[in-house]
Design a protein around this ligand. Structure first.
Ligand code: EPZ
Length: 439
């Protein structure tokens, strides 16, 4: 039975790159995997139950492997199957998450809430910042303290204790996805009722709430600004399927748009993609539902300039900002992209400019003047969504593009080159980056 564990992590020496031969027209159907950001939170939530949980529609990603290693380091048993994994948190005996794993995967910080709720203690290294921002966690910490936890941060480690978490009324200064998830999970086993206000409303929050309810938790309002959780004494095991990945689906819609092709993407939950679909239509593309849960994107007769501002859901998703910048780099008019969620999420602009784009960055705004064509070049990805943006640009560029930094790509996109080749793209993973190869 094939495992969903991904290939052995790339060694530094190989530094593989993705070679993309641009200019291919795409056609056919491209499949969407389970949502990375739902799966990671739900894997952490499995800690809440002493009974085994089977999670299906799991994407094959490095981040999933790393999260399973974090759970195993705590003593949980994790087994993999074709598209599913099973977590038995009944055997957890350690409350310390290893630094080298947490530093590799920020989302491992999501185990703090469930560990505190079930065991009353947790020792988690503080997740550092990353390429896109400082990524603080004070909203998580302050919320847990409001629920009666003693949380200290010393020497880069979050040490938390709580004999029994107590329900509380908590207002989030910012609708943080992670903080909403941490506090919702912690509240499932707290004494009394917890009201979370100014919550994140992302679909992954609703999926996490669905999983917790399947465990027996009492949660209402997930997906709105206010979530109410009534604590229960314990939770049982379950089997649960993850929602499709809306960001992967949006990335594939742009693959069709940027190559002026007509392709079908699915499965999708269309109300998870309202903002990206609206923007694609505003630019001039046709995006129409097809079948039960698929979308077809078709070429634009003429392309209009747009203004994109990233916002918490249901606003335009920050994870689609880089892919849209690649799309808007090509064509007519001058578009404006404003990144309001993360403080440093426009580094892909300089790499796109190396491919002939005309993008000027002014603080967290990108002024994107469309150009008639991009030219293939060796480029370097700086983060997960930047790597996707550079691949999309490579699909449309004249000539070959070599994208380095695949360690980011493999964290968040499930077999992306295999899927794109299925619809007519030409991508190959090759050993070393020719730019760096010895002369
Ligand atoms: C989640 O990150 C996603 N990651 C991100 O996806 C996504 O971009 C982000 O939500 C926004 O949608 C996972 O779900 C694993 P936040 P998270 O807390 O939870 C500030 C991808 O590419 N903030 O909503 O870390 C923070 O600095 C990744 O798949 C605080 O100030 O996002 C940021 O500016 C990237 N204090 C803003 O809120 C806090 O305590 C949004 O962060 C927490 C957050």
């Amino acid at each position: 039975m094939a495992s969903t564990r991904s290939a052995v992590p790339q060694t530094q020496q190989s530094q593989p790159v993705l070679k993309i031969v641009g200019g291919r027209s795409l056609s056919g159907f491209i499949p969407v995997s389970g949502a990375k950001n739902a799966a990671l939170a739900i894997m952490a939530a499995a800690i809440l139950s002493p009974e085994p949980c089977r999670i299906t529609n799991i994407p094959r990603l490095m981040d999933i492997d790393t999260m399973s290693q974090v759970l195993e380091a705590l003593g949980a048993k994790v087994s993999f199957g074709e598209g599913w994994l099973e977590i038995d948190a009944g055997s957890i005996k350690s409350h310390k998450a290893p630094y080298e794993l947490v530093s590799r995967l920020r989302a491992s910080f999501f185990i703090l809430g469930p560990m505190l709720a079930r065991f009353g203690m947790a020792r988690i290294p503080l997740p550092g910042g990353c390429a896109i921002g400082a990524r603080p966690v004070e909203l998580h910490v302050r919320g847990l303290q409001a629920m009666g936890a003693d949380v200290r941060i010393e020497h880069g480690v979050v040490e938390a204790h709580a004999r029994k978490l107590k329900g509380a009324k908590i207002y989030l200064d910012y609708p943080s996805v992670g903080a909403t998830e941490t506090l919702m999970m912690a509240a499932t086993l707290a004494e009394g009722e917890t009201v979370l206000e100014n919550c994140a409303q992302e679909p992954e929050i609703s999926d996490l709430a669905g999983f917790c309810r399947a465990l027996g938790a009492k949660i209402r309002g997930a997906g709105t600004k206010t979530i109410v959780i009534s604590g229960v004494p314990h939770l049982h095991g379950t089997e649960y399927g993850i929602i499709p990945d809306r960001i992967e689906a949006g990335t594939f819609l742009i693959a069709g748009a940027i190559t002026n092709s007509s392709i079908v993407v699915g499965p999708v939950l269309i109300d998870h993609l309202t903002a990206p679909i609206a923007k694609l239509r505003e630019i001039g593309y046709s995006v129409e539902p097809e079948g039960l849960n698929h979308l077809r994107i078709g070429p634009a007769r003429e392309r209009r300039e747009v203004h994109i501002e990233t916002l918490p859901f249901p606003g335009f998703p920050t994870d689609m900002q880089a892919p849209f910048m690649a799309l808007l780099a090509l064509g007519e008019g001058t578009s404006l992209i404003s990144e309001t969620v993360f403080e440093n999420r426009m580094q892909h602009a300089s790499e796109l400019n190396r491919m002939g784009a005309d993008i000027k960055i002014r603080s967290n705004h990108a002024i994107v003047r469309g150009v008639p064509f991009l030219s293939g070049a060796p480029v370097d990805a700086t983060d997960l969504r930047a790597s996707a943006a550079l691949i999309l640009a490579g699909l449309a560029a004249q000539g070959e593009t070599h994208v380095a930094g695949l360690q980011y790509l493999d964290r968040g996109y499930d077999r992306i080159e295999e899927k794109l080749c299925m619809i007519g793209a030409e991508l190959h993973r090759i050993g070393t980056n020719p730019v760096l190869a010895p002369v």
